[in-house]
Design a protein around this ligand. Structure first.
Ligand SMILES: Cc1ncc(COP(=O)(O)O)c(C=O)c1O
Length: 302
């Protein structure tokens, strides 16, 4: 099936959606983006928390003073139309806004901003997701808002994630956990983190320089609904070593159990009961099997 990318209001064949090698955002990482998933349901594909992702997309643009050439409503429509055009049952959706200008120089004044929407098939993000993955606490700290705004989902921010991930993989682990410059646990390279200790669910708060994940927010609300108390607070790295359960949460990673950190086995080294309960509920919701959270789904076709 031929695939298309929505590019500044037009559908362009996937292979033909190209820019110049000197493009500002390619050279300097000055773009902003989102990662959204659409899941299969009984009523066709449904996009998970589309409006929350759109809000964050436009907030990222605002933080970086990127003048968006399209409204939130127009991008929303573009996302739905791209899903329909590409006829995908499940997809990872990537809206991206960038300076589409090949003149060398940092100054963005007057530079053209382009927006694309791509949809790609994406099953599991981590190979050993179901059994749990191994993590390494990175020697690289998470960016903080004295340096770059961690709450914006900006391309350049991800150099921080990439270097930490490379270090983790180089030492044989599956993923990095970054700490804030204060030394508290922040998040994975592209995932928020939750730990379970004595029946409580604990996750770093925004003060730990995290990206405020939409999956993170969903899990907090799901846990509340399940009667699991959630606390947002600073976490010391040694608390991770001694917790009962640990998992990542993110659009791409979904809910990924963590079986070890820096060689220390977490709990019994396999997904724990609270992780499993939350994960089962999450998958019921995204697949439209839980009516309580039905407002989180935008059906592509009615
Ligand atoms: C750095 C970072 N933290 C957390 C997340 C999780 O955010 P969300 O659940 O909105 O995908 C992501 C993924 O987008 C990320 O890149």
């Amino acid at each position: 099936m031929k695939q298309y990318i929505w590019f500044d209001g037009e559908f362009v064949e996937f292979e033909k959606a190209k820019v110049h090698v000197l493009t500002h955002s390619l050279q300097y990482g000055s773009g902003i983006f989102e990662g959204i998933r659409a899941y299969q349901t009984d009523k066709g594909p449904a996009i998970f928390r589309l409006d929350d992702h759109l809000k964050r997309f436009f907030n990222s643009a605002k933080i970086y003073s990127i003048k968006m050439p399209f409204s939130e409503g127009e991008i929303r429509k573009a996302i739905i139309e791209t899903m329909i055009k590409n006829k995908l049952e499940e997809a990872y959706i990537r809206p991206f806004a960038f300076y589409n200008d090949a003149n060398i120089g940092l100054d963005v004044t007057g530079k053209k901003v382009s927006v694309i929407v791509a949809t790609v098939p994406l099953k599991t993000y981590f190979k050993n997701k179901d059994k749990g993955i191994s993590c390494k606490i990175s020697s690289w700290h998470r960016i903080n808002s004295l340096i770059l705004p961690p709450m914006a989902k900006a391309s350049g921010n991800y150099i921080n994630s990439i270097i930490a991930s490379l270090e983790a993989k180089g030492s044989g682990a599956d993923e990095a956990i970054l700490t804030s410059v204060e030394g508290y646990v922040a998040e994975g390279a592209a995932e928020n983190i939750f730990m379970v200790k004595d029946g409580l669910l604990i996750t770093p708060s925004r003060e730990a320089d995290i990206l405020l994940g939409i999956t993170r927010d969903s899990i907090i609300k799901i846990a509340q609904n399940l009667g699991i108390e959630t606390i947002e607070r600073n976490i010391h790295k040694e608390e991770l070593y001694t917790c009962d359960e640990l998992f990542f949460a993110g659009t791409a990673a979904e809910i990924t159990p963590i079986k070890s950190v820096d060689g220390r086995v977490i709990g019994e080294g396999k997904p724990g009961p609270i992780t499993k309960t939350i994960s089962d509920k999450y998958f019921d919701i995204v697949h439209g099997r839980d009516i309580l959270f039905k407002d989180w789904l935008t059906y592509v076709k009615n």
